[in-house]
Design a protein around this ligand. Structure first.
Ligand code: ATP
Ligand code: MG
Length: 448
């Protein structure tokens, strides 16, 4: 593979742009007689004038040698064994150069029938390590011993030309690790680059391979795709390349049925609002994200269950929540700390739909009210008709001054159809008085 060595005076990466901890690790390795390089995203982002998200280091020291050198280290990973050097909340990842696979045994290197690498722990030299990296723009090594950059496969030129180019044969490299298809998309949008045609060509055909990726790994990848300010762009590109369907089959099915229907509109609205929140430094949470994304699949499933089983609207809705979440978790595992509040948000939709009036005060106090209300607003955008009216009512209620709220509640109470069987019983209850100090609107805006 082509190698360019760019000397210190011919590039823009300086030590000042590295974190103190990354420098510590690099120097410790180097002073102990090992080779040590900053690699990948750290070098790439600095060259592009961006601030790196994290710093990755590679060395010819083995994980055991790294472990001996750093008291604050721990060895992690099975598929890729590497060391984490821990500085409080900051972690520097240190990997040993990967080598060619040759005739090694299953303990260090292993693939499945489709060519997917299950284990990759053969160590080698830097040029072999470079061949095992995904894209040329990531095969950049900043050498701490002389501050030069080693660029493999033309990476330094591709940074300049802003193209994403896979190293080696694209078909083979995607089969080894289908997540590289998602990474191509993510880097294209994050770095404002184009995917080179040869690199883009096999994606549509190989996209279904993503279903084989362990759901736990997909969870992390999905966060990187949708919670870094480029959700809309990544979503559009994933749809174009057929990468969305294998990850979100229930959603994709509804969009295929009605390309301009509620589900499609909801997806656009969620992506746009997630990007806006990231841009405004507001918190984003997988609980809200998945609740919103899966709302229409949930409705559909609830309707089906009601039809098949004769369960009430409410009971069918609750049964469908479990089904839909379980289905989604087959491709992307969603930790319980997010799936549980997502279900709360779903359940609250039913209450929001029928609680305009004095019962609205009670709902305001629910810990998931804000998130549920946000979803209701997105539903109002995605579908016209009744939900739009309900969303508008809630908006006026939530945004109103506390002194105006009782008026709004009263005026709507008389009009709202009493669909509730327990209406009589409810009437006797007094609406709880709104708290003066901490109503949800005065809380920090959070969807959590
Ligand atoms: P970012 O941190 O912004 O997501 P990054 O390029 O640093 O981008 P990491 O996931 O941190 O991405 O990986 C660090 C480096 O490891 C990459 O730059 C790349 O060289 C290599 N790498 C990561 N994932 C893969 C993969 N699936 N296949 C081959 N090489 C990879
Ligand atoms: Mg990184």
């Amino acid at each position: 593979m082509r190698l360019d060595i760019v000397s210190r005076d011919a590039h823009t990466v300086s030590r000042r742009q590295l974190s103190e901890n990354a420098l510590k690790v690099l120097y410790r390795l180097s002073k102990s007689g090992y080779k040590a390089y900053l690699v990948g995203g750290g070098v790439r982002d600095i060259l592009l004038g961006m601030e790196p998200k994290d710093f990755d280091v590679v060395t010819n020291a083995t994980p055991e040698e790294i472990k001996k050198l750093f008291r604050n280290s721990r060895l992690v990973g099975r598929r890729f064994r590497l060391a984490h050097i821990v500085f409080g909340r900051d972690v520097i990842e240190v990997a040993t150069f990967r080598g060619h696979h040759g005739e090694s045994n299953d303990n260090i290197s292993k693939s499945n029938a489709e060519g997917r690498l299950l284990r990759d722990n053969v160590y080698g030299e830097i040029d072999e390590d470079a061949e095992r990296r995904d894209f040329t723009i990531n095969a950049l090594y900043y050498d701490i011993s002389d501050y030069s950059i080693r660029s493999y496969g033309g990476g330094i030129n591709d940074i300049e030309a802003r193209v994403i180019k896979l190293i080696g044969d694209p078909d083979k490299r995607y089969r080894e690790d289908p997540v590289r298809m998602l990474r191509a998309v993510r880097f294209a949008t994050k770095l404002d680059m184009t995917i080179e045609p040869v690199t883009a060509a096999p994606i549509k055909e190989l996209a279904p391979l993503l279903t084989d990726i362990p759901a736990a790994r997909m969870y992390e990848e999905v966060l990187k795709l949708f919670f870094a300010g480029k959700a809309q762009a990544n979503y559009n590109m994933m749809q174009d390349y057929g990468l969305f369907k294998p990850l979100f089959p229930q959603i994709a099915a509804l969009i295929e049925e009605q390309p301009a229907g509620n589900t499609a509109k909801m997806l656009d609205a969620v992506m746009a609002s997630t990007d806006l929140r990231v841009q405004q430094d507001k918190p984003v949470t997988p609980a809200f994200f998945y609740a919103a994304l899966l709302w229409y699949p949930l409705k559909q499933r609830a309707d089906d269950i009601a039809l098949e089983s004769g369960l009430s609207h409410y009971d069918a809705h609750v049964a469908a929540m479990g089904d839909v979440m379980e289905q989604q978790c087959r491709t992307i595992s969603i930790p319980r700390r997010f799936s549980t509040p997502a279900k709360d948000i779903w359940q609250l939709q039913l209450r929001l739909e029928r609680s305009q009036g004095t019962r609205a005060f009670k709902l305001l106090e629910h810990p998931k009210f804000r998130a549920a209300y946000d979803l209701l607003l997105l539903r109002g955008e995605a579908e016209a008709g009744n939900i739009g009216k309900i969303a508008t009512w809630w908006k006026s209620f939530v945004e109103a001054d506390e002194t105006q709220r009782p008026e709004i509640a009263k005026s709507s109470n008389s009009k709202s159809p009493s669909r509730n069987r327990n209406a009589n019983q409810r009437k006797r209850r007094r609406p709880s008085k709104p708290k003066t100090d901490s109503t949800p609107t005065s809380k920090p805006d959070t969807q959590g």
